[in-house]
Design a binder for this molecule. Structure first.
Ligand SMILES: NC(=O)c1ccc[n+]([C@@H]2O[C@H](COP(=O)([O-])OP(=O)(O)OC[C@H]3O[C@@H](n4cnc5c(N)ncnc54)[C@H](OP(=O)(O)O)[C@@H]3O)[C@@H](O)[C@H]2O)c1
Length: 328
């Protein structure tokens, strides 16, 4: 099968299309022919080993464990192992490979009990491919920060994969949402249900003082001091995004522990995870018309290096979709 493979850390061109072995499903596994996948922030972070800690997980000098990126997909079941009961060939599905990656390929195998489910009926394959990375991340952190109806929640970086889902989910949970993005994304973020949208090129979200119960930083640029100024005492400061040197990460973690200990704010961070239950929860919201995937642009698999280049700039609107077999 064809797959996008990277065998050294570096710029987008390290990703090459190659022939690799087609996976064979084990007894409890489902083989999916991928129709669409995404290039997300985790893909370029693994490709560039940013933050550096990635090298301790995926190979110090070169990627050893994960060589095919891609965390989310939609597709059609091609074959199932003999112990599989919930899926059958030709089922249309969407799923997530999580930290196994591997979705930038024509086929992927997943355990039946993994994050794999029937595609939402009201979504295209391309839309369904972009649900889980941003959806799982937003759901994980909003719950970790104990989101409650009636809260005033600020989503910083409201226009990316995480931000677009965070806005919609926070609205679903009954919060009054203020989104922060650049001028060109204001209308889109408002269309997701944000009650107010601030353009970060024109205004400072902290100028209104401590009015938010939660500052949810989806991209890592909200700034510690500024976010604390905008939070009510004891509010949640959620740090989803961010990169940097080991020392900066360590200092940020210590700052968080200190601020939490003083009671000024509860600082939440870490790595998001999603489960099959979370996937079904998101699917339910999609089918109820409460959640949608925002798509910026499409690329064929052959142009995946271009997709990486675009995504790494950090200004995509929602999702960048790779379509495996685009109509010719
Ligand atoms: N902790 C975890 O488990 C976890 C999980 C998933 C993702 N992440 C991290 O979360 C971050 C966001 O991921 P993503 O997939 O949402 O990325 P993305 O889709 O690339 O989001 C980029 C968005 O950030 C906005 N942005 C760029 N510069 C900005 C600035 N200076 N101020 C405000 N907004 C700015 C852009 O909006 P404009 O074009 O309007 O500027 C763009 O829409 C990444 O760093 C990723 O690694 C962490």
């Amino acid at each position: 099968m064809r797959a996008a493979v990277y065998s050294r850390y570096g710029p987008p061109d390290v990703v090459r299309i190659q022939e690799v072995g087609k996976p064979i499903p084990r007894d409890n596994e489902v083989l999916v022919r991928i129709h669409a996948t995404t290039v997300c922030a985790a893909d370029w972070r693994l490709r560039t080993a940013d933050p550096f800690l990635i090298r301790f997980m995926n190979g110090l000098l070169r990627p050893n464990k994960t060589k095919i990126l891609g965390m989310e997909f939609s597709g059609t079941v091609e074959a199932v192992g003999p112990a599989v009961t919930r899926f059958a060939p030709d089922n249309q599905v969407f799923g997530g490979t999580g930290f196994q990656f591997g979705a930038h390929a024509e086929y992927v195998c997943l355990p039946e009990a993994g994050t794999l489910a029937a595609k939402p009926e009201n979504m295209t394959m391309e839309e369904a491919a972009g649900v889980l990375f941003g959806g799982f991340t937003s759901l994980h952190f909003l719950r970790k920060a104990n989101i409650q109806a009636g809260q005033n929640v600020l989503i910083y970086g409201a226009s990316g994969s995480v931000g677009t889902f965070a806005v919609q989910l926070a609205v679903h949970f009954g919060a009054r949402v203020t989104g922060v993005c650049s001028s060109s994304n204001v209308d889109m973020v408002r269309s997701l249900g944000a009650a107010a949208v601030l353009d970060y090129t024109r205004e400072d979200f902290s100028s209104a003082g401590p009015v938010y119960d939660m500052v949810f930083d989806a991209v890592g640029y909200s700034g510690f001091e500024r976010s604390l100024r905008a939070l009510k005492r004891g509010g949640y400061y959620v740090r989803v995004g961010g990169s940097g040197k080991f020392l900066a990460i360590l200092m940020g973690a210590l700052q968080g522990i200190w601020v939490s200990a003083t009671g000024a704010a509860k600082v939440v961070g870490g790595v998001a995870a999603g489960s099959r239950e979370d996937q079904l929860f998101l699917k339910g919201l999609i089918e109820a018309g409460k959640l949608r995937t925002v798509i910026d642009r499409f690329y064929p698999l052959d142009e995946i290096a271009e997709a990486h280049r675009y995504v790494e700039r950090g200004h995509k609107q929602g999702h960048v979709i790779i379509v495996m077999d685009p109509p010719r």
